[in-house]
Design a protein around this ligand. Sequence first.
Ligand code: HEC
Length: 448
Amino acid sequence: MKYLILTLLPAVLLICLTLIFAPDGNIKNDWFRFLGGFHPLITHFPIALILFIPILEIAGLFKANINTKPVIDILIKVALLASIAAPLLGWSLAWGDGFSGDMVTAHMWAGVLVPLSCGLMLLAHKSNQMFMYFITMVVSVLLVSWTGFLGGQLAHGKTHLTAHMPDSLRNVLGIEKPIVVALDDPNTFFGGRIAPVLAARCVTCHGPDKIKGKLRLDSFAFLNAGGANGAVITPGNSTTSEIHRRITLPTFHDDFMPAEGNPAMSAEEIELIALWIDQGATLDIAAEAMAGAPVIDISGLPLEVIIPDYDPVGAETDRAELASAVAEIQAKFPYILNYVSRNTGDLDFNATMMRDKFGDTEFALFKPVLSRIIRADFTATSITDASEELLLGLTKIDNLRLNETQLSDQTVAKLSSLKTLRSLNIRNVNVSAATKNKLATIEKLYTN
Ligand code: HEC
């Protein structure tokens, strides 16, 4: 009984610890981070020791004159100790250093189960239950290998084993080229110019596999969602944006990004991000919108990206009907009307940069193309109820922003008839509770 407690209690405590104090993505006391620093070092012990158990067993089969049992007994005990220390330090690292993410969780749970199966192996070995011993040995070996593999992926990237596999071998094994991120539409300034830079510099720590500071930078939506301390961009003002502050700090500063000794972003990369933020940091800005923006050679960056398939013929057909009307409007209002992607005739409308210079008269000129607009941003423009009919002509609209406009309650209430509308922003617009109620069927409704 005493033995049972000694072997299994630490494992159970470890599981409880991990359950109660699951890493939450926030940075903690330096002690946790300091101790966590030893995790990669200590981790090699349980891996080597556990893998050595079956090797010794097999060797024992061939060398009948050696009694391996006492040696293996010691080996399992040391392996058990090491397999407790490693996840404990690993937890300290994850808890202290602000780790979260699916891969971190998977690695952690696999690691936490190793001492349990190691403890059971020790008990089985002690009591000569050979079948149980065999099973727990196989489980321990598999668990520790799997944990180590996940740990390798966390530390060196998901594709570290296959990234540099020669194409010839790749073809034989049927392993595809590594894919790191799926970019937003490359026709937008964000998707085509900013996202690749973030992907190359930041997503190893702020991506789907490993999320530090609760911040993901692998899509516009995630960037917009911000991190542990809230928003990281202030649209229109790069100097007060957290992301800009972090990348322009001296490299020795604690808050400097990219962290952990990674090389700083280049002056061009920083300028590109600053420009985009200063222009409003939206997804609607077209890729070529900023004439003076630095051009960064994406091909030189260490990443592979998926660019959505391009179907020029399909796009042309889809655009044919309204192409001339769109071109005419674009000539009159540069940057306000853009195709959503190069594959479609659907349109994106954004008049925010004109502010109160964009009103009902201007909007009326967009009448021919209303039915193809799927995103529209009128924030801070001067449109009024006189545009009601035009607004109701947005029959394909998915995302509509009317923040800070003078529209009345009555007009806003009628928007509930737009069947395709899934997201509506009406911050700082005077609407009644009854209207909000009426709009409640819209998936995402942002009011104040
Ligand atoms: C080696 C890992 C690593 C890389 C690469 C990295 N970061 Fe971070 N990042 C962290 C860690 C750890 C934190 C949480 C600790 C902190 O707030 O300093 C963090 C936090 C942040 C935060 C604050 C989030 C919040 O709300 O608290 C921002 C902004 C940020 N990173 C931006 C970036 C940018 C931009 C890049 C790419 C240029 C980048 N990071 C690359 C590790 C990294």
